[in-house]
Design a protein around this ligand. Structure first.
Ligand SMILES: *[C@@H]1O[C@H](CO)[C@@H](O)[C@H](O)[C@H]1NC(C)=O
Ligand SMILES: *[C@@H]1O[C@H](CO)[C@@H](O)[C@H](O)[C@H]1NC(C)=O
Length: 334
């Protein structure tokens, strides 16, 4: 596929949502450039319109839980980092700019970051940071949550440090926001609702003389289940104190973030760093939607971006290599 082509297609589900993905990565405050190193997810928007690459995955058993839709497709670039470097993932909704809303104000939920050797293997994703609900407010307010009160208010910046002493090599960082605004019921029980998972992967190469190997972690898909209290959780009920209660189900007051505990080898807290200017495009390249059901891409159509002419189409199946492959500088998507 020539780089002048973009993926495009028509699709089915057309929910109105306000979605989010990682547009770029700052390393020690310095932007590496829009899209650099990021496996930008495929778009699943309205029929034939193209658009943004930012809709959620809701099927916990889907391969798309790993690195989002078409997350097996490598980015051209890998970001070089050293242990101790401060990484800032720049999440946005419609534009890579401080004026952007980052994620809809209703999409309360936790944020999580994992790291895995690239490519991932069984149980290779290790959690290095998470943040959930950090303030309860009286019912019916949802309280303060990582996605809407931290990341969104902080211009989309999600911070993590590369673990100290981490062995050199290629890794994928899987950063995630979860929207719980429809999470009072599981997607399995009601496919129109359910928690919304926004996960993106960033390709990094860790340099240096570190000797620390990652411990055993979790798999994606596999790490989360519909019986996790952090996946099915009523954010509005959870802070209910009014009497009589308007809800008949027992209110859960604590929120338990899904997935494992944070690895003891991760930095104990994140370090907010002030970031420099953005380099590269600030608007999204429309490139793809999907044909299929739910979050599973089954075919894609390639369209010339300039002329909007369809130039080819193919069936798509996620194919994760079991050995590390050097990303191609030219092939594929951008
Ligand atoms: C990361 O941030 C911390 C806290 O501000 C700072 O002490 C450290 O030097 C930074 N690391 C690098 C590699 O700049
Ligand atoms: C952000 O977008 C606004 C509105 O389009 C524009 O006025 C402003 O200059 C942009 N800021 C930057 C830093 O690009």
């Amino acid at each position: 596929m020539a780089s002048t082509l973009a993926l495009f297609l028509s699709l089915l589900a057309g929910q109105t949502c306000a979605h989010t993905f990682i547009w770029g990565v700052f390393v020690n405050s310095v932007d590496q450039g829009t899209n650099k190193g990021v496996r930008i997810p495929a778009y699943n928007g309205q029929n034939g319109k193209g658009g943004y690459n930012n809709s959620p995955v809701k099927d916990l058993d889907s391969i798309d839980m790993r690195c989002n839709v078409m997350g097996d497709v490598q980015a051209h670039d890998t970001i070089r980092v050293a242990p101790g470097d401060n990484l800032t993932f720049d999440w946005h909704h419609e534009i890579r700019n401080d004026t952007d809303d980052v994620i809809a104000s209703s999409h309360h939920g936790p944020s999580l970051i994992y790291i895995s050797p690239d490519p991932p293997t069984e149980n290779s994703f290790v959690k290095i940071w998470h943040e959930g609900k950090y303030e309860s407010n009286p019912f019916p307010q949802a309280g303060k949550w990582s996605t809407t009160s931290d990341i969104a208010k902080n211009f989309g910046h999600m911070n993590v440090r590369v673990p100290e002493g981490l062995k050199a090599g290629y890794y994928l960082i899987r950063a995630e926001m979860i929207g719980l605004h429809e999470g009072d019921v599981s997607w399995k029980a009601n496919p129109r609702r359910g928690a919304q998972f926004y996960a993106d992967c960033v390709q990094i190469e860790v340099t240096g003389e570190g000797t620390i190997k990652l411990p055993e972690g979790v798999s994606f898909p596999g790490a989360y289940s519909y019986s996790d209290p952090g996946v099915v959780h009523n954010i509005y009920c959870s802070t209910e104190t009014a009497k009589p209660k308007t809800s008949t189900t027992p209110c859960v007051t604590d929120y338990i973030i899904p997935g494992p505990t944070v690895w003891s080898g991760a930095w104990p807290q994140t370090t907010p760093v002030s970031v420099g200017p953005v380099t590269g495009a600030t608007t999204a390249t429309p490139w793809s939607t999907w044909i299929g059901t739910d979050s599973v891409v089954t075919s894609v159509t390639f369209v010339d971006v300039k002329s909007q002419t369809v130039v080819g189409s193919e069936k798509y199946t996620a194919t994760w290599s079991e050995v590390y492959e050097t990303p191609s500088a030219t092939a594929a998507r951008w």
